[in-house]
Structures are given as structure tokens and as C-alpha cells.
Design a binder for this molecule. Sequence first.
Ligand SMILES: *[C@@H]1O[C@H](CO)[C@@H](O)[C@H](O)[C@H]1NC(C)=O
Ligand SMILES: *[C@@H]1O[C@H](CO)[C@@H](O)[C@H](O)[C@H]1NC(C)=O
Length: 177
Amino acid sequence: MTLLSGAVVMLLLVGSLGFVHEVSAWPAMMAAMRGRNGGMDGMDGGVMDTIQHLMQNHDKITRHYAHTSAGITANTTSSDPQVAGWLQQHVTEMKHLVESGGFIRQCDPLFVSVFEHRDEISLEVTNTTHGVSVTEQGTSPCSVALVQAHAKVVSSFVERGSAEARRCNPHQVPDIC
Ligand SMILES: *[C@@H]1O[C@H](CO)[C@@H](O)[C@H](O)[C@H]1NC(C)=O
Ligand SMILES: *[C@@H]1O[C@H](CO)[C@@H](O)[C@H](O)[C@H]1NC(C)=O
């Protein structure tokens, strides 16, 4: 379960950003998550607070990722200790979300596909001095492509923040899927 739940952490890191300013979509998403699994109770405020902090400080976040044969490795960090803490906190919160059966950014085909393939995706997350380190792998050609496509989108959200994320603009599912 740890690998499964971790698999979507960075997905959620990005995906969740898309809802911060998605006024109409956000209540629907929260309702959907509650409808699917009551485990979200009591988490909503913290999750949203952390996302808002990351959105507002995206320009203080540095992210590097590299392809591996089976997926990616990524370091996402901030020299601002508070932002680094929020990165770690957000990953932890998203892990709990996934473990409780949650999902996010269902308006984006790439993210829908990642969720559909999450049994084929594993993720290791480590808190580092300045943020988080992630190793994400797929067990099929499609899931490997999904992991790599997703990592690219994560970086675009970190780079552009709400300007990129808030419209929940769709991202393409890899052809191989
Ligand atoms: C992540 O950080 C580790 C430790 O500094 C380094 O060995 C690795 O190359 C980095 N990976 C990427 C993708 O930047
Ligand atoms: C990583 O940091 C977060 C935020 O402080 C914390 O909640 C979580 O337990 C940490 N994870 C590990 C594996 O230490």
C-alpha cells in the first residue's frame, strides 16, 4: 500500500494545484472525495492550506527530474525552510488522501489515466534537508510513459504556479496508452 499510495503523491502535488482557483470545481471535488470515502473528514483545511502555500510560493521551489529506464527520479526543494516544510507536508497529506481512496484533477485526461494505472506505478518518497526526493516507476510501457509525462507536467506547475494550473487545462495521455 505504501508504494501504491506514494505513486500518486507527486501527481497530486501538481493536480491539486489546479483546483486552488477552480472555484466551481473545488467544492465538487471535495464532495466527490467525501462521497467515495469518508476518510477525508478533518483533512480538508490542512490540505487546502498547504496547497495555497505552495501556489503562492511556487517561485521559491526548485525541481529537477531525470528519466530512468522505468520512470523518473526527482528532487523538489526550496531554500526557504518554511516552503520546504510545506512540500514535505503536502506530500504526506496527499499520501493520506490516496490511502483513503481519494483522487484529484479528474478534468485532466493525463491525471485520470495515471489513476487508472496506479496499480502499475510505485513511488518512493524521502524527506530531504530542503524538500522531497522521489523515485517513481512504472511496470508497463504505458505506466512508464505516464510517470514521465506526469513528471513533466509537475515541473510546469512548479514553474508557472496558478497561471498554469488553475484552468485545469488538459494534458495529453501518452500514445502508448
Ligand atoms: C537528486 O539529488 C541527489 C542527491 O543530491 C542526486 O544524487 C541526484 O542526482 C538528484 N537527482 C536529480 C534528478 O536531480
Ligand atoms: C516528512 O515530512 C512531513 C512534514 O513534516 C511529515 O509529516 C512526514 O511524517 C515526514 N515523512 C517521513 C517519512 O519522515
